[in-house]
Design a protein around this ligand. Structure first.
Ligand code: NAP
Length: 256
């Protein structure tokens, strides 16, 4: 139960109670970690305030648009002042303009490509650079990815290319940060019905497809992502870094 007792963490990417970040934050909290949260803008503040408030009225909550270096710098300064150090960081953030997730990939605009990569992939590098100096006792950084990085999933389009960049960045960061005992991994989740997922055309069909074709004949549950997030954050995963861990009811092994 107290696998993460004494650990201090920061969570990027809670939008509402369906967010994967919230499932992992709840699991980290149950395992004994003390957490800080960020939210993108005023629009989400109330939601995140309400959720984070369930962990205690004094839970640290900060605005952060991950495309803004000054936001990132302020967040880690505040975390440094309040926590003094950091052990865990969850990157559960992604965005691509809606039209880029509907039509054909070949029509991806330069701007949609730039935005998708900035928000969904570069941000992991920028956040890791902010977090690392506080991870003086070692740490665990976790990103969220999807199988559309390696195989064509219709409509996932530029987000698949951005996830490929995220996964490759995970490996390079793991190499850079390994000597500091900081591990960097990604969880590759099967489809989960969240705000971001509903932006992908045909998402409901994706859920049905997984149910029909995954070896376990069902979709992954948010609690199961929480449990994997807790494992990767724990000392039990002490020798695991640079990896993409599939939590998708086995879908990734299928060839047909
Ligand atoms: P979600 O609840 O909508 O979370 C996505 C989060 O990213 C939101 O909090 C969103 O805030 C935030 N975000 C977007 N642009 C941002 C920016 N510039 N700065 C800061 N935050 C920003 O959806 P989710 O499904 O849990 O997604 C979390 C992660 O899991 C993503 O990386 C996603 O690709 C990945 N994933 C999801 C699935 C799935 O099926 N749901 C499967 C595999 C991987 P706003 O709402 O304000 O934009």
């Amino acid at each position: 139960m107290s696998q993460l007792a004494g650990k201090l963490g920061i969570v990027f990417g809670v939008a509402n109670k369906r967010s994967i970040a919230w499932a992992i934050a709840q699991a980290w909290h149950k395992a004994g970690a003390k957490l800080a949260f960020t939210y993108q803008g005023e629009r989400l503040k109330e939601n995140v305030e309400e959720l984070a408030g369930t962990f205690g009225a004094d839970t640290l909550l900060m605005p952060c648009d991950v495309t803004k270096d000054e936001d990132i710098a302020r967040v880690f300064t505040e975390v440094g002042q309040k926590f003094g150090k950091l052990h865990l960081m969850l990157h559960s953030v992604a965005f691509a303009p809606k039209d880029a997730l509907e039509g054909e990939f070949i029509n991806t605009s330069r701007e949609a490509f730039r935005v998708a990569h900035d928000v969904s992939a570069y941000s992991l590098i920028a956040l890791a650079r902010g977090a690392a100096p506080l991870m003086t006792e070692g740490g665990s950084i976790i990103g969220m990815t999807y199988y559309g990085s390696e195989k064509v999933v219709p409509h996932y389009n530029v987000m698949g290319v951005a996830k490929a960049a995220l996964e490759s960045s995970t490996r390079y960061l793991a190499y850079d940060l390994g000597p500091k005992k900081i591990r960097v991994n990604c969880i590759s989740a099967g489809p989960v019905n969240t705000l971001a997922a509903r932006g992908i055309a045909g998402f409901t069909d994706m859920l049905k497809h997984y149910e029909a074709h995954a070896p376990l004949k069902r979709n992954v549950l948010p609690d199961e992502l929480g449990a994997t997030g807790t494992f990767l954050a724990s000392d039990g995963a002490g020798a695991i870094t640079g990896q993409i861990i599939y939590v998708d009811c086995g879908y990734q092994i299928m060839g047909m």
